[in-house]
Design a protein around this ligand. Structure first.
Ligand code: ADP
Ligand code: SF4
Length: 678
């Protein structure tokens, strides 16, 4: 039988190897890295199992002078690394997929903090991390020869490990090739500097070296950022970026193209739509006959088909969509489109890389748990018997708990006081830029709607007596949390008398309480430091109010640095004339203190929207515990400990697994352990 998506399952010839379909899991940081190989292997193996025809490794350091610790990248420094890579390759090939390795050298981005080697680059300039007090050493011609030899040796090791595709990595400004290409960082006057032909000499030579190693048995890919928006003197897709593609057009077997730096490549849904990179990357197909893979948070199969038909891409690249749903290709193949767990573009996955920790995902609570917890994103959790379960609250925690129980063959009832399911994601999705949050709800509500074993009751506020009367075997409270108005936030742990001004919270804004208010002045005080205060400020400013955003921290929306959208948030608030006031701390009486000078500052605002801590809605727990004959009680999500949406989903999932394992043997979580040499 034919399907409109058949074109996505056509094989694609990539040099000497054949990808079994067009689904291409591009290299991305997993946080597992070389020192947590079991987790990394299981994560990528899962993508291959889920139908991604090609699965790639993240940046793999070619040698110790590209030491990118504290980001746990892969390593292929010497032969002792090969067995780990061979195991990775085997886990991918087991499912018929191609295995790709992104060989990389960080150049002026590598800090070499653990190896102590000097940082190398085209010119003697500060490393490209302003907060790191180090400079790069200018490579002389002997250094360049040594670098090429190192890259070639790493490619040879990758070949021996069994990879099908060997990458030359020139993207994200995280590569030595970017630093040679850029006239800003390449200030040389020899044959590797000056003209574009000279600046791209090194990447051309290394491509040729890698093709020589591959010897017609492996494909060689070039990952190249065709444009670097926002970088002073950066490449543009209609300028030197295009000229590089034209100059090297037929040399690699595969072009993997994107935007640089990482905040441009991994834009959040708040600021960009699916396919946002295409206007920059889609020229590449017109310049080369070689296959092209590109990214842009693709989750819609119709969009994928249209891109292939229009000749924009040959292979559908995905990092985040493959994290959110490792089984996305299999679901399209099997006609289960409604079951796709679509990436919401929140970048919690990305934030984990900043900490150097295994990736987490809002939509997929099983990511990084494949090996250490034995969790599978699709297979039912093992359960020890069929029981009835009541879940109070249909927010992300309650819905995830319910669907996990349901998938394991349990009978589930879920009740929510609200008119719509989704809890906080439904409410927050009404705020500017957050509409994709509803995907967290929609994926799960669809699952519940497909089973006779699930019942979802809305407009059903439950009290302790209702719950007791229901008589379920287990009760899970997933009742969420309420934003506080009493001055308690991340930097102020004691309640505060805010004085006479009106104090509102995000709950008031989301409840629409300001809808009819005439234009007024507001201070939005951010003692939460993630996205919420900036989104509230945006909402109020867009509604015509004069808004001052205040935070006691030195930066605006501090934690959004980890989700890579801080720059865009500042830009957007600026465009809306929001007055940005960092380093101001709210003090008693509703005035502020400058945290640097200690001086009092009175902003004379009639109203403050206080974005601080939240109070768990957990009263039902104590009431139920004092009653006789109640089944086992669990708490999940924000009513257990208020946090980000990803934490609520993970909590709901974990509680469900705990319920399912009750009475059974719950396997201990595995740990990556370093074996001591005897
Ligand atoms: P989480 O992020 O932990 O999932 P949310 O705040 O998103 O929490 O969702 C909690 C949900 O619980 C809300 O939709 C709210 O309407 C619902 N809720 C809270 N208390 C009750 C109750 N007593 N009975 C039914 N639903 C409740
Ligand atoms: Fe997508 Fe968010 Fe998951 Fe990242 S964490 S893959 S952005 S849903």
């Amino acid at each position: 039988m034919t399907s409109p998506y058949d074109i996505l399952f056509e094989p694609v010839q990539i040099g000497p190897v054949t990808a079994p379909n067009r689904f291409y899991a591009v290299p991305h940081a997993t946080g597992h890295g070389w020192n947590q190989p079991h987790g990394a292997i299981a994560l990528r193996g899962m993508k291959a199992e889920g139908g991604w025809g090609t699965v790639a490794m993240q940046i793999c350091e070619i040698g110790p002078d590209s030491d990118m610790a504290n980001h746990p990248m892969e390593r292929i420094w010497d032969d002792s690394d090969i067995p780990r890579h061979a195991a990775q390759v085997a886990a991918i090939k087991k499912h018929g997929s191609l295995a790709a390795i992104e060989l990389g050298h960080g150049g002026m981005r590598a800090r070499n903090m653990t190896t102590g080697f000097s940082v190398i680059g085209p010119s003697a300039l500060p490393v490209l991390r302003p907060e790191v007090p180090a400079q790069a050493r200018e490579m002389d011609l002997a250094d360049i020869r040594a670098f090429r030899a190192d890259h070639k040796a790493a490619a040879e090791r990758a070949r021996r490990a069994g990879y099908d595709i060997l990458y030359v990595y020139a993207a994200h400004d995280l590569s030595i090739f970017n630093h040679f290409l850029s006239a800003q960082t390449n200030q040389r006057s020899d044959c590797y500097g000056g003209s574009l032909e000279n600046r791209l000499r090194l990447v051309r030579e290394v491509l040729e070296d890698t093709l020589e190693v591959a010897a017609g048995e492996q494909a060689v890919a070039l990952r190249f950022s065709v444009a670097e928006p926002g970088k002073p003197g950066g490449l543009t897709h209609d300028g030197e970026g295009r000229e590089v593609v034209e100059a090297l057009a037929e040399l690699p077997d595969l072009w993997d193209v994107n935007l640089s730096g990482w905040p441009n490549d991994s834009q959040t849904a708040r600021f960009s739509e699916e396919g946002f990179q295409l206007p920059f990357t889609d020229f590449v197909k017109s310049v080369t006959t070689k296959p092209v893979v590109g990214v842009g948070r693709f989750t819609s199969p119709d969009k994928m088909v249209s891109m292939v038909r229009k000749g924009q891409l040959d292979l559908i690249g995905a990092a985040r969509p493959s994290i959110a749903d490792p089984f996305l290709p299999a679901k399209i193949r099997d006609g289960r489109i409604d079951e796709i767990r679509e990436c919401i573009g929140c970048n919690i996955c990305v934030s984990m890389d900043s900490y150097g920790l295994p990736v987490r995902c809002t939509q997929n609570p099983t990511i990084s748990e494949e090996w250490r917890s034995g969790w599978h994103p699709e297979a039912p959790a093992i359960s020890t018997g069929r029981r009835s379960h009541l879940i109070v609250g249909a927010g992300p925690a309650g819905l995830e708990c319910a669907t996990t129980l349901l998938r394991a063959g349990q009978h589930v009832t879920i009740a929510d006081a609200a008119r719509e399911a989704g809890g906080r994601v439904t409410r927050e999705a009404r705020l500017p830029g957050l509409s994709s949050w509803t995907r967290v709800r929609d994926y799960r509500v669809y699952q519940l709607s497909q089973s006779a074993d699930a019942a979802l009751f809305l407009e059903s506020p439950l009290g302790a007596a209702d719950i007791a009367e229901f008589g379920a075997d287990t009760i899970t409270l997933a009742t969420g949390a309420t934003w506080r108005a009493d001055g308690v936030g991340s930097t102020s742990l004691a309640p505060l008398d805010i004085g006479d001004c009106e104090v509102l919270t995000p709950d008031d804004i989301m409840d629409g309480g300001l809808a009819d208010r005439p234009a007024s002045r507001f201070v939005v005080y951010d003692d939460d430091h993630f996205y919420m205060a900036s989104v509230i400020a945006e909402r109020l400013a867009a509604a015509g109010h004069a808004v001052t955003y205040v935070t006691p921290m030195p930066m605006i929306a501090t934690w959004t640095d980890f989700t890579l959208d801080q720059g865009r948030i500042i830009e957007r608030l600026g465009a809306l004339n929001v007055d940005l006031r960092p380093n101001l701390k709210l003090v008693a009486g509703g005035t502020f203190r400058d945290t640097l000078t200690g001086q009092a500052v009175d902003l004379n605002s009639p109203a403050i929207v206080f974005v601080g801590a939240r109070t768990p809605r957990d009263d039902l727990r104590n009431e139920l515990r004092s009653m006789e004959g109640i089944g086992e009680i669990h708490l999940a999500g924000d009513c257990l400990a208020p946090g980000i949406i990803q934490a609520a989903v993970l909590s709901g999932h974990t509680v469900a697994r705990r319920i399912l394992a009750a009475g059974g043997n719950r396997p201990a979580r595995l740990r990556e352990q370093v074996a001591l040499a005897v």
